[in-house]
Design a protein around this ligand. Sequence first.
Ligand SMILES: CC(C)(COP(=O)(O)OP(=O)(O)OC[C@H]1O[C@@H](n2cnc3c(N)ncnc32)[C@H](O)[C@@H]1OP(=O)(O)O)[C@@H](O)C(=O)NCCC(=O)NCCS
Length: 177
Amino acid sequence: MSADAGDATPQTNVVLREMTPADIDAITAMDATLFGVDSWPRHMFVDELAQRETRRYIIVEVPDESGHLVMAGYAGLMCLPPIGDIQTIGVLPQYEGRGYARAMMVELIEDARRRGAQDVMLEVSSINPRAQELYRRFGFEHIHTRRKYYRDGSDGLIMRLRLTEPPATETPQKDPS
Ligand SMILES: CC(C)(COP(=O)(O)OP(=O)(O)OC[C@H]1O[C@@H](n2cnc3c(N)ncnc32)[C@H](O)[C@@H]1OP(=O)(O)O)[C@@H](O)C(=O)NCCC(=O)NCCS
């Protein structure tokens, strides 16, 4: 599977593949690097991958100097229609800014749509402007704040992307009298 990363640079060589149980050790280590005290214990990834009917976990791989594919990032979706949730997304620092997160978001949002989601939700720290900007560019809107949600004391911003227009509210009829 490959993904078009929009106008991100570089666009080539973005290879997305399904996460499998064989990846869990490497992904758990990457998660600890990226999220520190808020990282997931190994069993969370085991549990998530065991629920294929409602989950989708993908990995972005890039060729290293010798052409071998190495993992640069990963992302996961839970979809219980009508709601999809981006559960996690991360790209290693040395691969940031190349459109890899965007490519994974494109894939997961499309997957949520295929599975019948009407909204896609996610949560992001109030002190993570980089991720917030990524989500805003997809059309996610901040709809709610969970105060001091993260262990570092930062707030959790709940963001929502509407995949379908909400039904138009009926205009109340005026009393002709
Ligand atoms: C947030 C994160 C996933 C972005 O990954 P990435 O692969 O670097 O993102 P992309 O290259 O696809 O960039 C997508 C968008 O993110 C935003 N972005 C990327 N780099 C940015 C920067 N230095 N400053 C501000 N915004 C930036 C931009 O909106 C960018 O779109 P653009 O390329 O059109 O400018 C990555 O930085 C990361 O893993 N951070 C640590 C873990 C984390 O915070 N995960 C999110 C938890 S909610």
